[in-house]
Design a protein around this ligand. Sequence first.
Ligand code: XIL
Length: 329
Amino acid sequence: ARSLRAHADARGFLVGCAVDPGHLAAEPGYSASVAAQANIVVCENAMKWAALRPAADRFDFSGADDVVVFALSHNQKIRGHNLCWHEALPSWFAGAVTRQNAQQILVEHIRTVAGRYAGKMHSWDVVNEAVRIEDNRIDGLRNSPWLELAGPGYIELAFRTARQADPQALLTYNDYGIELDTREQIEKRGQVMMLVRRLRARRVPIDAVGIQSHLTAGDPLPGAGLVDFVRELRQMGLQVFLTELDVNEQKLQGDVAARDAAIAQVYRDYLTMMLAEPNVTAALTWGITDRYTWLTKKKPRPDGAPQRPLPLDPDFQAAPAFFAERAAL
Ligand code: XIL
């Protein structure tokens, strides 16, 4: 079967997946699948703070470097994920980072990490998941360690620093729970739009919005509200990346074939709708094979059956979702 990568290359689109350096090194079936199917990759965890910064005074770039070397040698683009997030902070963070030094530590981190890979990255998720409606702030921002310690200007600071450190990477704001036209998600999407508009009004360098796209089969599909959001971003000159696509089946009943078909239908409908928008320029799944998906831990099925959210099955064979994704490209 022709690959996702071949289909995407033929129409000038970016398609790919999140990867893990350990699996790339240890499993030929895994690395061959990533090489064949992706023209862009992102580290699932290896560029997060916790992975890069085992101690306050020491960086460990080994896993991240391995992924960059793999990608460059397979002629793949690379997304960076991420420079600033409230999760995956190393254990030394609490205590060592204070209101006195938080801005400086954030700046130094971004200079070091984005600087190391400058010129090699397609894009960076500069700030991840900074909006949270439940925290009830007028600006929509999440009560995160970064907000508490560095203040609400931390987002602007992160983007300005990233642009300086790597002028070529497309700078992205990335978030989840903004896909559906439900009351909660419409509200959150609105706050993300307000954040982007505030940044633009202050001439903060931002090039793209990442829509994570962790979808659930059995939920209402994303619809017109999301398309409007993408079009509004287009009018502002911003690209949109689908950054972490997967389809969980926690709510599905039936046998594996029926569940796979329902998952594939979400892939087909979602990607067909989104790829019709000219500023949607990349789609990455959050992993390539059901053998390794964060959903196994994050959203276990009540009956204990494994989740099958990704294009390739646990044996690296094309699943219905693969053909649905390919047909949408
Ligand atoms: C997840 C990884 O997939 C897991 O392996 C890890 O234990 C936790 O983080 N949104 C994001 C990603 O932006 O970084 C998260 O990745 C999934 C949700």
